[in-house]
Design a protein around this ligand. Structure first.
Ligand code: GDP
Ligand code: K
Length: 267
């Protein structure tokens, strides 16, 4: 098995850098991704039962569908399983005061099929705004462990490390079932590239601009699958987002606590 490599993924300003600093301390290096001026921060942390483990802080993103160079680097790290920056596990850092946006990204990462932990950050600010969450319900419905943290003060970090060490692929059914019109193309690509699930294969259809890591022949193959099935990228992205937000709204209707636990205020 590949050595454990953990990526921090989250929306801009979700607290990723703060968490990265707590996890890695002085054991970190900042460089660039090859050929581009996007910061690449890599460090090491000790995980219980695993030992010294590489942590990579990926650029902040809103969605796995890239709109910028930063976002493309994250998308490529997730799609190219042989990339030196490809994680074996992911921590999705979500700002508890802006949870819907964070959960949108989380559900995409979970559907890609990587072992994932949700670090619910800024719990202090959420509590001050009168909001808290039923973590157990969030965990059950999302199929990933939810760990409340305060990345400014470094609270919840030990619990998070333990859960990263134990993280597994979500038990949840993908939220986003591949659309019937894309099924045949997805199956063909999944077989061809030996991908672990349909959503991964679906990304190959959706993201021609993120497939630079493939040889020209392989890129042509993906293109010919698109052509054969008359598939154009972007076709379902709007519908996908609506479907995800529908799921998230239903989840939050149950998981937002109406009587917030004020203990979190000093968290
Ligand atoms: P990044 O853009 O995701 O890397 O986010 P940063 O780590 O730079 O954090 C953005 C801002 O939020 C900074 O001012 C942090 O000090 C602050 N911050 C991060 N985590 C927390 C938290 O849990 N509580 C509070 N109150 N502030 C936080
Ligand atoms: K920042």
């Amino acid at each position: 098995a590949k050595p454990t490599k953990v990526a921090l993924i989250g929306n801009p300003n979700s607290g990723k850098s703060s968490l990265f600093n707590y996890l890695t301390g002085l054991n970190q290096k900042v460089g660039n991704f090859p050929g581009v001026t996007v910061d690449k921060k890599v460090g090491r942390t000790q995980l219980p039962g695993i030992g010294e483990t590489e942590i990579i802080d990926l650029p902040g993103i809103y969605s796995i569908y890239p709109r910028s160079l930063d976002e493309r680097i994250v998308a490529e790290s997730l799609l190219d399983r042989n990339s030196p920056t490809a994680p074996t596990k992911v921590v999705v850092v979500v700002d508890a005061t802006n949870i819907k946006r964070g959960l949108l990204l989380l559900t995409q990462i979970v559907d890609i099929g990587l072992p994932t932990v949700l670090a619910l950050n800024m719990m202090d600010l959420a509590a001050k705004a009168g909001v808290s969450y039923d973590f157990l319900m969030l965990s059950q419905k999302l199929g990933v462990t939810v760990v409340p943290i305060n990345a400014r003060k470094g609270q919840g970090i030990d619990a998070l490390k333990k859960e990263i060490a134990q993280a597994e692929v979500s038990r949840m059914q993908p939220i986003f079932p591949v659309w019937p019109e894309a099924k045949a193309a997805v199956k063909q690509l999944r077989d061809e590239f030996q991908l672990i699930n349909d959503y991964q294969a679906y990304q190959f259809l959706e993201q021609p601009q993120s497939l630079h890591f493939l040889s020209k022949d392989k890129q042509n193959l993906v293109e010919s699958v698109r052509t054969t099935h008359q598939y154009f990228p972007g076709k379902f992205q709007g519908a996908e987002t609506i479907q995800r937000y529908g799921f998230i709204q239903d989840l939050l209707n149950e998981a937002i606590l109406k009587q917030p636990d004020y203990a979190w205020k000093n968290f």
